[in-house]
Ligand binder design. Structure first.
Ligand SMILES: Nc1ncnc2c1ncn2[C@@H]1O[C@H](COP(=O)(O)OP(=O)(O)O)[C@@H](O)[C@H]1O
Ligand SMILES: [Mg+2]
Length: 523
């Protein structure tokens, strides 16, 4: 960080920013933060804390209800992103906004606030500036490549380049690491450091505290729309930050003993499955999950995880290969049959496939068994049994809700997830498929969900965990399998896993190849 003396105003100051949304959400409540020149400021907070809203306000995408923005000491009012860009701001969004069929260079020039000179005349100048910028900051990309050909990591570099190309001095990056492998994260960190050393100022948004600790100079923690803490990173630690994020002490590591695997409960044999575009999404995937163990499927998002999940639960046709539950072939059987054969499912998209938003908690908790006793007796709904089931599970799973007849739509992500988990576990399935179990779930509930899964493992459940959060995979799994472009890259014991090797596999190297190369290198 470049030292600033007291007379230099901060590059950015947000003063008492307030933002309400329809439905009574107070997303930003009197937030005041400052960003110094050459600084990387972490904006840390759970999902829904108000980070993106605050940055969208700074970037001119949203108007605040109250509060002021100062840029280099000047009161500024951004009516649009054009205003913000003209003041030297740039933002890399959570979801990229590039045109896939355009080249990198075309994307950079696209949407320039003042396209005074037509692009065609400047092709050479543009290319020169791009290679200059990419060399300077280690942002290697081919200016002539079309965006659809790029990896996610490269696309992100183009987004960063685009802000620099437009002259951004203040960069906002909204959860930039969410889509990257560990190696790509390291590369990104190097790039961000160079940018800061060069006098640019960065705001790095994340809900991962370790990352923020590693990357940032200072960190501001948001909770429920309020700024609860600002501190230099050296003066804090992960435990303190998580307490600030959640408002109480959190156990960051899951306590678990070694697994005691029993018989094979779930077996996938040479699975071949297509995605919605009829392209091969899973190629020859084989794996087994034993009773009493958690097998984690690691991988960057979009490498076949969703198709794997859907194929196992009978929601997507299996073209070749077999799904076996307890030695029984259940390939391409409907979800109902799989459920009766002992499969539980906590899906990646809980609102689409697991919950009926407008229905009550009590109803959602019996969704898959509503037509069975004791919930239906002699063809009639047994409301007292349904209510009693809800009361028991709400207490057992610590679901925070006003009442058992509250609509699930009113619950926070964490509590909605607990409803799904409670229901699925209440059937006592022998095999549980859990996908992205803590996405959009607050840290407190993550802790709960993780402990619940380990408890079930210890009682003999076979658990297949699909997660794009490597932390979560490392924390929970006994064995780890890496999926890349629908293929298994390799498998290792979690106790022997190293992040470096996992990262290489997540980027498409087979474990066998990595092992050979490492063996070769030491010879
Ligand atoms: N366009 C919107 N309309 C209504 N509510 C919104 C909108 N955008 C965000 N929210 C709500 O505002 C709160 C803060 O959201 P957000 O800024 O996206 O949080 P974060 O980025 O920290 O996860 C959440 O409760 C979210 O549901
Ligand atoms: Mg966000």
């Amino acid at each position: 960080m470049i030292p600033t003396n007291a007379s230099t105003p901060p590059v950015v100051e947000l003063r008492n920013i307030v933002k309400h949304f329809h439905g009574g959400v107070l997303a930003n409540d009197q937030i005041t933060i400052q960003l110094q020149r050459g600084e990387i400021l972490g904006l840390l907070g759970e999902n829904g804390a108000g980070k993106t809203t605050l940055m969208n306000i700074l970037y001119g995408l949203l108007q605040p209800d109250a509060g002021e923005i100062f840029v280099r000491g000047q009161r500024s009012h951004f009516r649009s992103t054009h205003d913000a860009i003209a003041h030297g701001l740039g933002m890399v969004h959570q979801h990229f906004m590039l045109v896939p069929t355009f080249t990198v260079a075309e994307n950079l020039v696209l949407g320039q606030p003042s396209p005074r000179k037509p692009f065609l005349e400047n092709r050479k100048t543009v290319a020169r500036r791009i290679s200059q910028l990419s060399e300077q900051y280690g942002l290697q990309v081919d200016p002539n490549a079309e965006v659809w050909q790029l990896s996610v990591g490269q696309e992100q570099r183009v987004e960063i380049l685009k802000t620099l190309y437009r002259g951004a001095e203040i960069l906002i990056l909204d959860e930039p690491t969410a889509v990257l492998t560990p190696q790509e994260v390291d590369e990104l960190i190097t790039i961000l450091r160079k940018l800061a050393q060069d006098g640019r100022s960065l705001i790095f948004i994340s809900h991962k505290l370790h990352e923020v600790m590693q990357i940032c100079d200072r960190v501001a923690v948001l909770r429920d729309g309020r700024l609860v803490h600002t501190t230099p990173v050296q003066a804090t630690n992960p435990a303190e930050l998580s307490r600030m994020m959640v408002g109480r002490d959190v156990v960051l590591r899951v306590n678990k003993g070694p697994a005691k695997p029993g018989a094979v409960r779930l077996r996938l044999q040479n699975l071949q499955v297509r995605d919605d575009r009829q392209l091969l999404a899973l190629r020859d995937v084989s794996l087994a999950v034993h009773a009493g163990e958690i097998v984690g499927i690691a991988g960057v998002e979009g490498n076949g995880q969703r198709e794997l999940e859907e194929a196992i639960v009978g929601l997507r046709p299996v073209e070749q290969g077999q799904v076996q539950l307890n030695q029984q072939d259940v390939t391409n059987r409907p979800p109902r049959v799989l459920f009766n054969a002992g499969l539980g499912h906590v899906p990646s998209d809980r609102y689409k496939t697991a919950l009926l938003r407008e229905f009550s908690i009590a109803e959602n908790l019996v969704l898959s068994r509503i037509d069975q006793p004791p919930f239906t007796q002699h063809g009639l709904l047994n409301q007292p049994a349904i209510d009693q089931n809800a009361r028991t599970l709400i207490q057992q799973f610590d679901i925070r809700a006003p009442a058992i007849d509250t609509a699930v739509a009113k619950l926070s992500g964490g509590n909605a997830q607990k409803v799904v988990l409670a229901r699925e576990l209440s059937h006592q399935p022998q095999v549980l498929l859990v996908a992205q179990p803590t996405r959009g779930v607050d840290v407190g509930a993550i802790e709960y969900v993780h402990q619940a899964l380990v408890r079930q493992r210890d009682q003999g459940m076979a658990i297949l965990l699909i997660s794009t959060e490597l932390e979560e995979i490392l924390n929970l799994s006994d064995r780890i399998i890496v999926l890349y472009e629908g293929q298994v890259m390799g498998e290792c014991l979690a106790s022997e896993a190293d992040v470096q090797t996992l990262g290489l596999m997540m980027a498409g190297s087979k474990l066998a190849t990595i092992a050979n190369q490492q063996g070769g290198a030491t010879k």
